[in-house]
Design a protein around this ligand. Structure first.
Ligand SMILES: Cc1cc2nc3c(=O)[nH]c(=O)nc-3n(C[C@H](O)[C@H](O)[C@H](O)COP(=O)(O)OP(=O)(O)OC[C@H]3O[C@@H](n4cnc5c(N)ncnc54)[C@H](O)[C@@H]3O)c2cc1C
Length: 393
């Protein structure tokens, strides 16, 4: 055996624990493992069973502001398109484009103009073109104002997260779930799980979605990771997701928004539906949820062809991890810098790009300028208004 040559390029494997195997944590774990870190990915459940599982998963930067946040999401579109060919994209990446029927013609025209100026592909279309792009559409009339966003997509999060976790494991990551993966205590360099194990870590990354404030509070009880309330009656972070089917062959292919409903395909010959006015929370009685599910199916039938045989096959209240100011929270926690947190709405759109930025920060310790507006420090000493920042898009 030869002595170690001091000039040799030595790659030291940092130990990194990632908490949460939703779309964000799984993406980060895969990037960190591929970068040569020794990664342990923990989840209290099976991977992908949190918010990511029922997400509408529309990859877009259609109505996000201000401009830097638009750019971050726009980069998300490109990042998924880049990742798909090397990660079995046929199983989860659906770059079908998006047709939107206007709720307010002037608002849609303004938005398309702004997006175009920002370098985002968008254009106004008339009813004839809308019908050509999506033959299943039942248009409200020949004057219907619409827009076409060809670069937008949706993702199938379950097969995606499966592949991200498999990629992390292929690069040597350890994946622990259930009691072994449930984090019950945090300290600098240490993570305790419900199974009683204590894991040592050089970096701890918390991607626990809506549960992030609880974990951050384990690190620093004064932790400023404010999300809008999600578990109280009347909270606006929860949303209703309905799956209906079967959809006949003439059913829709594109992602579609009308003022009454959003819809897209889901595997198994289904459609996934959402409605902007379906005000539900985690306390809404089952009868009311069933009522809404029937109403959404009714609206979907009025919107597209192919649903004559369809019934409701799934209905779920799903919770947005929505930061109090609507923008991502990414970076080291004030008062406990050893904990790196990443929590965001639009996490499906953002995960491929955010995970790249976060993995680079952790691997090099160089701060990414693009992430500067999203640091948790911005909440220190501020009274955070827990209003409802544009839930839904
Ligand atoms: C109705 C609805 C529609 C949406 N539509 C879109 C959309 O169209 N486009 C878009 O981009 N985004 C959309 N979103 C938002 C997007 O789904 C989320 O931002 C994203 O799924 C968050 O992913 P995550 O990995 O951060 O969280 P999650 O998927 O919730 O994952 C967090 C994980 O942390 C684990 N965890 C929690 N506590 C612990 C603990 N103590 N120990 C170990 N593990 C723990 C959980 O089990 C979970 O698996 C939507 C959300 C909702 C609710």
């Amino acid at each position: 055996m030869t002595n170690l040559d001091p000039s040799e390029d030595v790659r030291i494997s940092r130990r990194c624990v990632v908490i949460g195997a939703g779309v964000l944590g799984a993406s980060i774990a895969a990037r960190l493992a591929a970068a040569g870190m020794s990664v342990t990915l923990l989840d209290q459940d099976e991977p992908g069973r949190g918010t990511s599982r029922w997400s509408f998963a529309w990859v877009n930067s259609n109505d996000k502001g201000p401009k830097p946040y638009h750019d971050l999401n726009h980069a998300g579109l490109r990042a998924w398109a880049e990742l798909a060919p090397g990660l079995d994209g046929a199983a989860w990446y659906r770059p079908v484009g998006h047709v939107e029927l206007a709720a307010d013609d002037a608002e849609l025209a303004d938005r398309v103009q702004r997006l175009t100026q920002w370098g985002y592909t968008a254009r106004l279309i008339d009813a004839v073109e809308a019908a050509r792009l999506e033959p299943s559409l039942r248009l409200p009339g020949p004057q219907a104002a619409a827009a076409w966003f060809p670069d937008e997509a949706y993702l199938l999060t379950e097969p995606l997260i499966e592949r991200l976790v498999a990629r992390a494991a292929a690069y040597g990551a350890t994946v622990m779930t259930g009691g072994q993966g449930r984090v019950t205590g945090l300290a600098s360099g240490r993570v305790r799980t419900a199974a009683g194990d204590v894991l040592a870590a050089d970096d701890i990354v918390c991607c626990a979605g809506r549960w992030t404030p609880r974990l951050a509070a384990m690190a620093n009880p004064e932790s400023p990771v404010p999300l809008i309330p999600w578990d109280t009656p009347g909270a606006t972070a929860p949303g209703l997701v309905v799956r209906v089917g079967p959809v006949r062959a003439e059913g829709p292919v594109r992602l579609i928004h009308t003022p009454q409903i959003a819809l897209r395909r889901h595997p198994g010959g289904l459609l996934q539906l959402e409605a902007p006015d379906a005000a539900v929370d985690l306390h809404t009685p089952e009868t009311e949820l069933r009522h809404w599910a029937g109403e959404l199916l009714h609206r979907a039938r009025r919107t597209v062809r192919g649903l004559d045989q369809a019934t409701v096959v799934g209905c779920q209240v799903c919770v947005r991890p929505m930061p109090a100011d609507g923008q991502s929270i990414v970076g080291r926690l004030p008062g406990a810098r050893w904990l790196y947190v990443a929590v965001t709405h639009s996490g499906v759109t953002l995960a491929a790009h955010l995970s790249r930025l976060i993995a680079a920060e952790l691997a090099t310790s160089a701060a990414a300028a693009e992430l500067a507006p999203y640091r948790p420090d911005r909440f220190v000493g501020t009274a955070v208004p827990l209003t409802d920042p544009a839930v839904g898009r």
